[in-house]
Design a protein around this ligand. Structure first.
Ligand code: TYM
Length: 367
């Protein structure tokens, strides 16, 4: 062990290595150049099943952008997942393009991150089939989202809905993701992906990286504005319950001002104050202020003032996203080009994992 008075580590992002400066007690400076560090990988996806909400944005998309600076990253529009409920073909096509444009509008850079449409990379469906055969019926039956969705779509409880978490496991495992940034509602799906990966690795030999969920400290579960005990969801029949990322400033303000709160009238985070807690989480995500600071800033002020501040913060948070989105949507040809390049890069990685899996299982690979 070497003794030193001071140690400074400077990251060389370009070379993915660290330069370490060490000041010894005798005042000498040593410099060490460490081997390139292995960048960790992240992957996440969003379904194009409607216009994404403020919940999707604060719980997932905003973190994707932040994390994409420090990780090798891949992000996809999960169109295969979306057909587990019936989609109108023309509307569906439009939504896929819109959500793809949104991924660019939140600031993801296609030169730094792989941004693609799930169905453009056939390895997702192929690995999902194989993993279906390493997943138990009982495990899938316990998934809470399956139970909820089967109730909501009782006339169409299809096998795809049942096997949905296996496709999600395939999405993650194909890219050997270390971290998966998601909202709290996806935690159970992440756990099953880990179980499937561990099982496959045990039956054969280490094949898949075991992924961890990355759940942000704030905003991991943004609640409905009309029933703050329920998650904010784009499939909620009451549009006043959610803010969509493309709502106009006027609509955002109106929806936030009509959010359900309580009759106490003071702004602090506490039990039984679900509506205010939710607005505080939203405000905190948009401003970076913690709950104590927010409570201090609004001491002696009523909910009217607080709601107006939350509305303004949300409008300003979404304004640049919306502006960039509008400009991307003017050139759908460019979006398709970016998607094609993304799919090519994604396929290279995904096929490498798929081939490895197929060899281990004993398939004869084509020449
Ligand atoms: P989806 O499309 O429902 O939602 C996309 C992301 O948004 C998060 N989210 C929320 N976060 C906070 N508060 C909310 N109210 C809220 N609503 C949604 C979700 O947790 C998610 O991170 N199955 C996934 C899509 C998927 C996926 C994957 C995700 C497919 N393959 C692989 C990660 C890795 C889904 O339906 O997300």
């Amino acid at each position: 062990m070497r003794s030193f008075s001071k140690c400074v580590i400077i990251k060389n992002r370009a070379k993915k290595s660290n330069v370490i400066f060490i000041l010894t007690p005798k005042g000498k400076i040593y410099m060490e150049n460490t081997a390139p560090e292995k960048r960790q990988k992240i992957l996440s996806c969003i379904q194009p099943s409607g216009i994404p909400t403020l919940g999707n944005y604060l719980g997932a998309l905003k973190n994707w952008k932040t994390l994409s600076d420090d990780f090798d990253s891949a992000f996809a529009v999960a169109d295969l997942h979306a057909i587990t409920v019936r989609q109108d073909p023309a509307k569906f096509r439009k939504q896929i393009t819109e959500v793809f444009a949104l991924l660019l509008a939140i600031g993801l850079d296609p030169e730094k991150s792989i941004i693609f449409i799930q169905s453009h990379v056939p390895a997702h469906s192929q690995l999902a089939w194989i993993l279906n055969c390493y997943t138990q019926f009982g495990e899938m039956s316990r998934m809470t989202q399956f139970k909820d969705k089967s109730k909501a779509h009782a006339d169409n409880v299809n096998v795809g809905l049942f096997a949905y978490p296996v496709l999600m496991a395939a999405d993650i495992l194909l890219y050997q993701a270390d971290l998966v940034p998601v909202g709290v509602d996806q935690k159970q799906h992440l756990e099953i992906a880990r179980d499937i990966a561990n099982r496959f690795n045990t039956v054969y030999s280490p094949t898949f990286t075991i992924p961890d969920a990355y759940i942000g400290k704030q905003g991991a579960k943004i609640m409905s504005l009309q029933d703050p005990t329920k998650k904010m969801s784009k499939s909620d029949p009451n549009p006043k319950s959610y803010v969509s990322v493309f709502d106009t400033p006027e609509v955002i303000t109106k929806k936030i001002k009509s959010a359900i709160t309580d009759c106490e009238g003071s702004v602090y985070y506490g039990e039984g104050k679900d509506g205010i807690n939710n607005l505080m989480s939203i405000y905190s995500c948009c401003t970076g202020l913690d709950f104590d600071q927010i409570a201090k800033d609004f001491e002696g002020k009523g909910y009217g003032d607080f709601k107006a501040a939350v509305a303004e913060a949300v409008v300003e948070e979404l304004r640049p996203v919306r502006e960039r989105y509008d400009s991307y949507m003017k050139d759908t040809g460019y979006l398709l080009e970016v998607a094609a390049k993304g799919a090519e890069k994604a396929s290279r990685i995904a096929n490498r994992t798929l081939n490895k899996v197929m060899k281990k299982v004993g398939f004869v690979l084509p020449k």
